[in-house]
Ligand binder design. Structure first.
Ligand SMILES: [Zn+2]
Ligand SMILES: [Zn+2]
Length: 608
């Protein structure tokens, strides 16, 4: 048309136009650009294959059945149910086994052998509290805790001996009932002649150990010494040990007066995963813990449904679950239901403090994320030398061309491409990892340049900036959530999920608080020593005291016992869960006869 108009001819609309459907399909199939693929993928939905109905196999294969069930259906059955199907075949009591045995005794024998082997494997998984999983469950959708126990299960079955197993916080994310199952599995490994080295914060697990190594006394520069190495009982006499108090002291949480809810956030018809038209009331203006064994549905309820419903109500955008991965490969959550009946009047803001990374590149770090670095840069810009050279705060940013080292563009590292090998990061040869150019580094506050400051730990910086109230305040909050040992410039990519979560919490705690916010935290105590848990609790209680609502999904009974309100999900996992077993004050839930949590909670309440 353009060409025709240019030549002053009559424009013709004849030609080849691609239909929308055709355009979407060919672009999706042929494009090299991930962006284009993503764009057209928005117009596509995935649905079950019409031939096999999602069973993936052809008719002939599906016609083969065992105990009346084809292999696809068998894979979808939870392990617990699967074991009831196979048990009669393993112990020889199944009537079908006798029928086969009459005609083909060798076939009956083979069937029994296979069933026995299958049962042995399934039993280990049941012992580890994974009975709610099905065989077809894809491993990327498992939680790290589930995956770790799955790996343990294969080890328990391997019958190896003389192996040293190193486990990093195996109890993280486990309900105390699941922790007991885990300890049984570890005992079996030990009994077969293996050694277990476990890094652990959970008091129950520490008590279970034969030998204990306590490192400390505190974190960072105040730690690093072996305080004790020997049988558990001996730690009792080591005065320096912080762990000692929690191991041998009275671990009961002192009874406190529970806050009265200011109102109720009422949900109904909640349907997701194993939740089926559930009605639930969350108290407002108090500290609530949601408990339950792994797979009981507490995360579906709190981290998914509750968060989504509130965000929708407030018109708040939620960050996408995961930005990586192919759009079509993501699991589509089909069972979505639920609505807020009442209680949104007092809620103006939703803050979800999760364990997702605070940044995907080494360019973001604790100092930049919390906003602390802005103050530090201004401080450097206000020094006499910086003023005389007309350096502004931007000069001290490693993300701006002015003051950074140009060889590494402020990263401190350069990527070295190796032929046939994965590329490696090497310290920048110009700045030796300092990230700034020499001129910038000449500027000093007290006796340190900006690169030195980024190397300081939060604790050290707290001392160094004692005259700067702005900076001091941020650093104090970071120390209070147990992050004193982290370096200011530590890249986001080096931080654990628990550390990222506490940095987010600290950032939130610095804000001026109006008291109409609802905070949702998923297992904030993961990776924390009991003494740090107590400090975290003080911070969360401060949020509640300011009139906010705090809802945590938690396994740590110290936290649960210190809550104002407890909602216990269960009673079991998967099909056996998804129901609210008990809710009320910790005292009330601890006395609930149906709750699996009650037994463990009551120990912390001084009721047992
Ligand atoms: Zn198919
Ligand atoms: Zn450099």
């Amino acid at each position: 048309v353009k060409r025709a108009l240019k030549r002053k001819e009559e424009p013709s609309y004849m030609g080849n136009f691609s239909g929308a459907r055709r355009y979407v399909l060919t672009t999706f199939a042929n494009t090299q650009s991930p962006l284009m693929k993503k764009r057209v993928a928005r117009y596509m939905v995935s649905s079950d294959c019409s031939d096999c109905h999602g069973k993936k196999l052809r008719k002939e294969s599906l016609s083969v059945k065992f105990a009346g069930i084809d292999i696809a259906d068998m894979s979808a059955i939870p392990l617990k149910k699967l074991s009831t199907i196979f048990a009669p075949f393993a112990d020889g009591s199944a009537p079908m086994l006798a029928t086969i045995g009459k005609a083909h005794p060798e076939q009956a024998l083979v069937a029994r052998r296979i069933a026995e082997d299958l049962m042995a494997r399934v039993t280990v998984l049941l012992d580890l509290g994974l009975g709610y999983l099905s065989l077809e469950r894809s491993t990327p959708t498992l939680s790290p805790g589930e995956l770790q126990r799955l790996r343990l299960a294969t080890q328990v079955r391997s019958n190896l001996f003389g192996v040293v197993y190193v486990l990093d916080e195996p109890s993280a994310g486990l309900h105390p009932a699941d922790t007991e199952a885990l300890l049984r599995a570890l005992d079996r490994l030990k009994a077969s002649g293996n050694s277990l080295f476990v890094v652990e914060h959970e008091i129950d697990v520490i008590h279970h150990a034969d030998w204990i190594v306590d490192v400390g006394p505190a974190a960072g520069v105040h730690g690093g010494n072996i305080l004790y190495s020997g049988p558990t009982a001996g730690l009792k006499d080591v005065e320096e040990s912080v762990t000692r108090k929690f191991l041998f002291g009275d671990h009961r949480v002192p009874a406190k007066k529970h806050l009265e809810p200011k109102g109720w956030l009422k949900l109904k018809g909640v349907t997701r995963n194993n939740l089926d038209s559930l009605a639930v009331d969350f108290p407002l203006g108090v500290f609530t813990s949601v408990t339950g064994v792994s797979g009981s549905g507490k995360s579906s309820l709190v981290s998914q449904v509750l968060v989504e419903l509130i965000a929708e109500h407030l018109g708040q955008e939620l960050p996408p679950e995961d930005e990586e991965g192919e759009e079509l490969e993501r699991t589509v959550i089909e069972t979505l239901g639920g609505e807020i009946v009442s209680g949104m009047e007092g809620i103006k803001r939703l803050v979800r403090v999760d364990q997702k990374s605070i940044g995907r590149t080494p360019r973001s770090n604790l100092a930049t994320y919390t906003g602390l670095f802005d103050h530090v840069r201004k401080l450097f810009a206000s020094t006499p030398l910086a003023k005389s050279r007309k350096y502004d705060a931007g000069r001290f940013s490693f993300n701006v061309a002015k003051g950074r080292c140009e060889n590494c563009e402020g990263e401190g590292f350069v990527m070295v491409e190796l032929l046939f090998l994965p590329s490696v990061y090497a310290p920048c040869s110009v700045c030796q990892g300092a990230r700034y150019n020499d001129k910038t580094l000449e500027v000093k506050y007290k006796d340190k340049n900006i690169a030195d400051v980024l190397r300081l730990t939060v604790d050290a910086a707290h001392e160094f900036f004692e005259d700067e109230s702005h900076i001091q305040r941020s650093l104090s909050v970071l120390r209070e959530v147990g992050l004193g040992y982290i370096r200011l410039g530590q890249p986001a990519t080096e931080l654990s999920g628990g550390e990222a979560q506490r940095i987010k919490l600290a950032t939130e705690l610095q804000r001026i608080n109006k008291g109409d916010t609802i905070y949702v935290l998923d297992e904030p105590t993961t990776g924390l020593h009991p003494s740090d848990v107590d400090r975290l609790m003080i911070q969360l209680e401060r949020l509640v005291a300011a009139g906010n609502t705090v809802i945590v999904v938690e396994h740590d009974m110290r936290v649960v016992a210190g809550s104002d309100w407890v909602i216990d999900m269960g009673p079991g996992a998967g099909d056996e869960g998804g129901v609210i077993v008990a809710s009320g004050t910790p005292e009330k839930v601890a006395r609930s006869p149906k709750s699996l949590t009650a037994k463990y909670l009551s120990r912390f309440m001084g009721l047992a």
